[in-house]
Design a protein around this ligand. Sequence first.
Ligand SMILES: C[S@@+](CC[C@H](N)C(=O)[O-])C[C@H]1O[C@@H](n2cnc3c(N)ncnc32)[C@H](O)[C@@H]1O
Length: 197
Amino acid sequence: MFSPGNKAERARMGEIVNQGERVLDMFAGIGYFTLPMARAGAQVTAVERNPTAFRYLVENVRRNGVDDRVRPYRADCRDVVRAGLSGARGRGTEEREATGGERPESPGLGEAETVDRVMMGYYEAHEYLDAALAALKPGGVVHMHEATPEALVFDRPVERLEAAAADADRSMEVLETHKVKGYSEGVAHVVVDARIT
Ligand SMILES: C[S@@+](CC[C@H](N)C(=O)[O-])C[C@H]1O[C@@H](n2cnc3c(N)ncnc32)[C@H](O)[C@@H]1O
């Protein structure tokens, strides 16, 4: 998962979060974006459904000394949003694994809680925009990644965000767009930062 092409984006995420901010990383992988954000002082709910990736996520959280700022869930991110927002204990939250020992109640996606920022570092992220927006507080920021054919950069991801915001009866403002790296011939890995009010 450690793609050198993502290095600058990884650093950027560590720079733009604010101390104490609440972040939901919906596709945490082994912690590629979770770690720099937590190290910068954010409280991150990190969701990863693949058991192997999750194991490395938990290990990386521990090795980087950010156990108190990361709440990892081995689950489908939709289940975590659903369970968090309704207060119900879904299958996802039951599978949560502690990163070790007793610790104080750390901010995660709890009952009726929403977050300041949603990280969507996954090429199919647009399919989860409804869940992302449900988790995002008014004025929060979403970072949506996408593998986009060159001819559709940046129109397609922006249109997808606009459509999701309209479906949720919310407004959307694009803060930043950029290419992260080449994905394949004629296809770019892009990210759009958008504020959802
Ligand atoms: C392309 S990787 C990116 C991981 C990380 N953001 C990075 O850049 O290294 C996408 C990850 O999302 C996970 N994933 C895909 N769908 C998911 C879902 N519905 N819920 C939670 N994790 C999911 C995959 O298992 C994979 O580890």
